[in-house]
Design a protein around this ligand. Structure first.
Ligand code: ADP
Length: 267
């Protein structure tokens, strides 16, 4: 019988409250080989938040748990304990299939080794995430891919294959590919790790420019000079956050580039 016939007041559903955070990590933990005789506690309960428009660097020595944390943030793996809220949605207990769905709509990835498909052009590489996510016509996918490549300064390289591009240009293609789905969160794992100093700074300048237009960024690095370009640095060791650092004025990669050029010119 309908509720109104019983004179029971029907309460309106509570309005969904948008989360103020892109990432809310609550006591996140990961243990590898839980049932093995030698389990490894890679993450031992880390809590932090990432606000929209943030640029966070995660730093720590090898083995401190950075990759494990990135895998969780990127929905590539599930925590053993704790809660991960991504854009207001609890994704901690989702199935692998559900996580893949969340990934394709919410997260963009940039890796140290670019991970581009060699047989495809820059534009076709950028079209791939749109193909996986579905919902757009071929024409729309091409337009979105071109738009992303123009955004990273590769307007004249749309039809080039990775082998015809420099390392820095390949990383730009990878950044365009990460942006093409307009993700809520861009995750960059050592994005300058394979590049020389100048090219690394150019990529950092691009990331800072994207961040200034509202792209939310979390980047793993072990280089203090790279972390200096972020607005906030999370220092990790032994699977725990030891300290968080705020940069009121982050190092400008553009300025560092100008300084480098001046030093090269000096006799
Ligand atoms: P980082 O990225 O800071 O180098 P990781 O997250 O890769 O650190 O590793 C944290 C700890 O977890 C290390 O002790 C590492 O050996 C261990 N570890 C990482 N991945 C696995 C895995 N798949 N199985 C078992 N142990 C792992």
């Amino acid at each position: 019988m309908p509720a109104e016939m019983l004179a029971i007041p029907v309460l309106p559903a509570p309005a969904a409250r948008p989360s103020p955070w892109v990432v809310e990590s609550i006591e996140l933990g990961k243990t590898y080989g839980e049932r093995s005789p030698n389990p490894v506690q890679a993450l031992r309960g880390v809590s932090f938040t990432v606000a929209p428009g943030a640029f966070v660097a995660i730093m720590g020595h090898s083995g401190s748990g950075k990759s494990t944390l990135m895998n969780l943030l990127g929905c590539l793996d599930r925590p053993t304990f704790g809660t991960y809220m991504l854009d207001g949605q609890n994704v901690s207990r989702k199935t692998r299939r559900q996580l893949a769905e969340v990934r394709s709509h919410t997260i963009g990835f940039v890796f140290q080794g670019f991970h581009l498909l060699q047989r495809l052009t820059a534009r076709a590489n950028c079209e791939l995430p749109l193909q996986y996510a579905g919902g757009l016509s071929r024409k729309e996918r091409r337009a979105r891919a071109s738009e992303a490549l123009i955004r990273v300064g590769l307007q004249d390289k749309l039809e080039r294959r990775p082998t015809e591009l420099s390392g820095g240009q390949q990383q730009r293609v990878a950044i365009a590919r990460a942006l093409v789905n307009r993700p809520k969160l861009l995750l960059a794992d050592e994005p300058t790790g394979n590049l020389d100093t100048r090219t690394g700074l150019e990529i950092l300048a691009l990331l800072q420019e994207l961040n200034s237009t509202g792209v939310t960024l979390v980047m793993v690095t072990h280089e203090p000079d790279v972390a200096a370009c972020a607005k906030q640095v999370i220092h990790m060791s032994d699977g725990l956050i030891r300290r968080t650092e705020e940069h009121a004025v982050p190092q400008s990669a553009r300025q560092a580039l100008a300084q480098l050029a001046a030093e090269e010119k000096a006799p």
